[in-house]
Design a binder for this molecule. Structure first.
Ligand code: ATP
Length: 515
C-alpha cells in the first residue's frame, strides 16, 4: 500500500503527465508556487467555476455577479486593513536556512498532540468493540487526559499570542515546545518577524510620481467597493448578494502542497448583504447551502467537515471553514464568515461616501451586515482530483489509473473511436463526433489498440468511450464503454446525446441543490 504522501506525489505527477497542471514557466525551472493549467486542467477548472457561478446566480434570484479589476485604488487596502494587518509571523532556522510560518509550526505541534490522542482512542475502540464509549474514554483515560491538558494549555497560550500578535511569545512557545526544523533537526531559530503578504507594483511613470499599488490578495474588496453601484443600478433589495470569480495574489511564505497554497490563485467569493441582527440566521443558511453544494458532487459525505473558528477577527461574529479530507489531512477549502458591517463602514470612513441602504419597510437607513462565502478554485480542483485518482488492479494481472471524476466536471465527456483506421469507420466516427460536439466536449482517437485508447481516456476521466465498428455501418449502433465499471453496451447512435446528457448534465446537479 502506498502511503498518503506517495499517493499525493503520484497525483501531482499525473496532473502534469496528462495535461492538467504544469509548473509555471517550466523551461526556466519553474516559479515557486505558481502553476499553469493545461488543456484538460482548464476544462475541469472551467466546469468547477460554472457549477459555482450557476449555483449562486441562477438558483438565487437575489444574487448577481460582477467582474472587478485586479488593480484597485491603494486606499482600498488601507481601509480593509490589509496594509497594516495582512501579515504572517515568520521564523528562519539558521542551520537549514529554511523559512517557516511560526503559527504553522505551533499548529503542527498541536496536531501532533491531537494525533496521539486519536491513536489512543482508536486503540481502545478496537479493544472494546461495540461497547466502546468514546466520550467516557476521553474523559477518564489518564494518558488521554494528560495529552488533552497539554493541548489545552498550549492552545490557550498560542491563541493569546496570536490575538495580541506577540512575536516574542510566539518564539518562546517554539523554544519551550522544543520544536525542531524538519530539515536540519535543530532549534537554532531566529526571532519571529512580521511579513506582509501583498504583492505591490507601480502604476504610472516615475517622472510624474508613480503610485504604489497592490495586486489584490482577495476578490472580496472589489465587491465591497461596488456595493452601491450594484445596489442602485440593479435596484437590489436587501437581502441580496454579489458574486465574483477572479485571481488573487499572496506572497505566501511557505508554499507547499501543489495548488493548495499558491502565490497566484483564483477565488470564488460571494458577499451577501443583510439587515443587522439577521446575520446568524443567514450565516447558518449559507453554511448549509455551501456544504450541500460540495456534497452534491458525490465525492463522499464523510470527506467534509466544518471547522468553526475559535479565534475570530475582531470584526467577525461567526466564522467556519469547510474542510476536505486531502491526502495530507482535513484542510480548508472554503471559508464562511459573518463580517458585520466592518468592510462597508471602513470604506465609508476612508472614502467619505455614505455607503448605506434605505430600508423602505423600516423607513430607515443602515449599513448592511455581510455574510461572505469564499472558496478557492484551485483547492476545489485539488480536492476533486485527490478523490478521483484511483489505481486499480484488474483481472489478468493488468492495472489501470482512472480518474473517477464527477462526469459533470470531466474535461472530456466522450471519446469517439473507430475500431480500425479503414473501411469507412473513421468517417462514420467523425460524423458522430461532429454531431455531438455542439453539446459536449468530445474527443476523437484512432491511434493504437482499443485497450490503449481506453486507458488514455480513463487517465483523464472521460466517462464514455464510443467505439465504431463494422456493424455500426449496418445497424447504426455503437459500443459504449463506461469509465468506472468498464462495462460495455450496444447503443443506437440516436440515443447517444440523451445518454451522455443525462450523465454529464449541469442542470440535474443544480436541480438537486434547488430541492
Ligand atoms: P489559509 O489559512 O489556508 O492560508 P485563509 O484562511 O487565509 O487560508 P481565506 O483568506 O479565507 O483563506 O481565503 C478564502 C479561500 O481562498 C480559502 O478557503 C482557499 O480555498 C483560498 N485560498 C487562500 N489562499 C490560497 C492560496 N495561497 N492558494 C490557493 N488557494 C488559496
Amino acid at each position: 500500500m502506498a502511503t498518503q504522501e506517495e499517493t499525493f506525489k503520484k497525483i501531482v505527477a499525473h496532473c502534469k503527465e496528462y495535461g492538467f497542471v504544469f509548473p509555471s514557466s517550466e523551461i526556466y525551472d519553474g516559479l515557486g508556487a505558481v502553476y499553469d493549467y493545461g488543456q484538460n486542467g482548464v476544462e475541469m477548472k472551467n466546469n468547477i467555476k460554472r457549477y459555482w457561478w450557476e449555483a449562486m446566480t441562477l438558483l438565487h434570484e437575489n444574487v448577481v455577479g460582477i467582474d472587478a479589476a485586479i488593480f484597485m485604488h491603494p486606499t482600498t487596502w488601507k481601509a480593509s486593513g490589509h496594509v497594516d494587518a495582512f501579515n504572517d509571523p515568520l521564523i528562519d532556522n539558521r542551520d537549514s536556512k529554511k523559512r517557516y510560518r511560526a503559527d504553522v509550526l505551533i499548529e503542527d505541534q498541536l496536531g501532533k498532540i491531537e494525533e496521539k490522542i486519536n491513536k489512543e482512542v482508536e486503540k481502545a475502540r478496537k479493544r472494546f468493540g461495540d461497547s466502546f464509549d468514546e466520550a467516557m474514554f476521553r474523559r477518564t483515560n489518564p494518558r488521554v487526559v494528560e495529552h488533552q491538558e497539554k493541548w489545552n494549555a498550549l492552545h490557550e497560550r498560542y491563541s493569546k499570542a496570536m490575538n495580541a500578535m506577540d512575536l516574542d511569545e510566539l518564539k518562546q512557545i517554539i523554544l519551550d515546545e522544543e520544536i525542531v526544523c524538519p530539515i536540519s533537526g535543530t532549534r537554532n531559530w531566529t526571532d519571529v518577524r512580521q511579513f506582509n503578504l501583498m504583492f505591490s507594483t507601480e502604476m504610472g511613470s516615475t517622472a510624474d510620481g508613480a503610485m504604489k499599488i497592490y495586486l489584490r490578495p482577495e476578490t472580496a474588496q472589489g465587491i465591497f467597493v461596488n456595493y452601491l453601484n450594484v445596489q442602485k443600478t440593479g435596484r437590489m433589495k436587501i437581502p441580496f448578494g454579489i458574486a465574483q470569480i477572479g485571481k488573487a495574489f499572496r506572497n505566501e511564505i511557505v508554499a507547499r502542497q501543489f495548488v493548495f497554497r499558491m502565490r497566484e490563485f483564483e477565488q470564488m467569493e460571494m458577499q451577501f448583504f443583510i439587515k443587522p441582527g439577521t446575520e446568524l440566521e443567514w450565516f447558518e443558511h449559507w453554511k448549509q447551502f455551501r456544504l450541500r453544494w460540495h456534497k452534491a458532487l458525490g465525492l463522499g459525505d464523510e470527506k467534509y467537515r466544518f471547522h468553526d473558528h475559535e479565534k475570530l477577527a475582531h470584526y467577525a461574529n461567526a466564522a467556519t471553514d469547510i474542510e476536505f479530507l486531502m491526502p495530507f489531512g482535513f484542510k480548508e477549502v472554503e471559508g464562511i464568515h459573518s463580517r458585520t458591517n466592518f468592510d462597508l463602514s471602513q470604506h465609508a470612513k476612508y472614502s467619505g461616501k455614505k455607503i448605506e441602504y434605505f430600508d423602505p419597510e423600516l423607513n430607515q437607513s443602515y449599513t448592511p451586515y455581510v455574510i461572505e462565502t469564499s472558496i478557492g478554485v484551485d483547492r476545489m480542483f485539488l480536492s476533486v482530483m485527490c478523490s478521483a485518482y484511483k489505481e486499480e488492479q484488474l483481472e489478468g494481472g493488468d492495472s489501470r489509473v482512472v480518474l473517477s471524476l464527477p462526469p459533470v466536471l470531466a474535461p472530456v465527456k466522450a471519446c469517439v473511436m473507430p475500431l480500425v483506421r479503414k473501411d469507412g469507420l473513421p468517417e462514420k466516427a467523425r460524423e458522430i463526433m461532429d454531431d455531438l460536439k455542439f453539446d459536449f466536449h468530445t474527443a476523437y482517437d484512432e491511434k493504437d489498440s482499443i485497450g490503449k485508447r481506453y486507458r488514455r481516456q480513463d487517465a483523464i476521466g472521460t466517462p464514455f468511450c464510443i467505439t465504431v465498428d463494422h456493424d455500426t455501418l449496418n445497424d447504426n449502433c455503437v459500443t459504449v464503454r463506461y469509465r468506472d465499471t468498464m462495462a460495455q453496451d450496444r447503443v443506437p447512435i440516436a440515443d447517444l446525446r440523451r445518454m451522455i446528457g443525462e450523465a454529464v448534465d449541469m442542470k440535474s446537479l443544480l436541480q438537486s441543490l434547488a430541492k
